[in-house]
Design a binder for this molecule. Structure first.
Ligand code: 48H
Length: 262
């Protein structure tokens, strides 16, 4: 069958425009497609929330691909085991109640399961700002192409409405930092009232505190993953990923509760 080049162009443009137009009014916008964001999106989609993940890079997975020091294996602890088992990741027991997993398998299967559950994952799109409405409630995210951001082009972004925004941007906690910087008088429930900043490595404490840190920090804004520990000033934990998965699941629960309240 003969296909004209322009037909291919039209197919790409139509399909992507359709998907983007269908993502303009969301229940939840997740910023960042690392392990916490992808896990949050899967549980939200499973609960029938309309959810999209916006990722600035062209690939999903954030810091999970590389495992520890580029050995692509991750360690997870028992409570997080089920989250990976649900998506069919093979786990091998190791010392102290820990398990190892192939990080490539983790990223692929977690992402695939999130998409199968109904989450839309849009790559190459960076959130550079938030939208606010009413009495300073977060009402969505402001997006631009990751390539525009990387090239530092002066191009105005566009807005996507969401009833809840989840900051899953990892170590940078970039959405929380935008809110702190741009909304006068914004105060977070942290010891300083703002982003405290991540502390040096202490895996046990970092993994324990991340669940408590996964919460709404400003009306309509939930933090998860490393962003949650950065906001609340908890330690990093190296290549232990159970906390990221559990935090993603917790973020979905927090967001669903907020959706029910509104
Ligand atoms: C769109 C954005 C933006 C933006 C960033 O870093 P991640 O993997 O985040 P988590 O929290 O799910 O997982 C953290 C884990 O990977 C890790 O780094 C650990 C456990 N470290 C411990 C240690 O001791 O170092 O993913 C965040 C994603 C990335 O893909 C970014 O590209 C993306 O968010 N992102 N996407 N708009 N403004 N900012």
């Amino acid at each position: 069958m003969k296909v004209e080049d322009t037909q291919i162009t039209a197919a790409i443009v139509k399909r992507f425009m359709h998907d983007l137009l269908n993502s303009l009014e969301l229940d939840v916008a997740v910023v960042g497609a690392g392990p916490s964001g992808i896990t949050a999106a899967r549980y939200l989609a499973k609960s029938k929330a309309k959810v999209a993940v916006f990722e600035r890079e062209l690939h999903v997975g954030g810091g999970m691909w590389g495992g520890g020091i580029l050995f692509p294996r991750v360690v997870i602890q028992d409570p997080a085991k089920r989250i990976l088992e649900e998506v069919g990741v093979e786990l091998q027991p190791t010392n102290g109640g820990y398990y190892t997993a192939d990080s490539v398998e983790c990223v692929s299967k977690c992402t695939s399961a999130a998409i199968d559950a109904g989450a839309r994952v849009l790559v190459g799109l960076a959130a550079e700002d938030v939208m606010i409405r009413g009495k300073r409630r977060i009402a969505g995210v402001v997006l631009n192409w990751g390539a525009v951001e990387a090239a530092r082009l002066h191009v105005d972004p566009v807005g996507v409405a969401a009833r809840v925004v989840i900051d899953a941007t990892g170590h940078d906690a970039s959405i929380a930092r935008v809110v702190q910087r741009k909304i006068p008088g914004a105060r977070f429930p942290t010891r300083t009232g703002g982003v405290v900043g991540e502390q040096p490595m202490w895996a046990d404490v970092g993994e324990r505190e991340i669940i408590r840190n996964t919460r709404e920090i400003y009306p309509g804004l939930v933090v998860t993953g490393m962003a949650a520990n950065a906001v609340f000033g908890s330690p990093r934990m190296g290549p232990v990923f159970g906390g990221m998965l559990l935090s993603g699941k917790r973020a979905a629960e927090v967001a669903l509760k907020l959706l029910r309240k509104k």
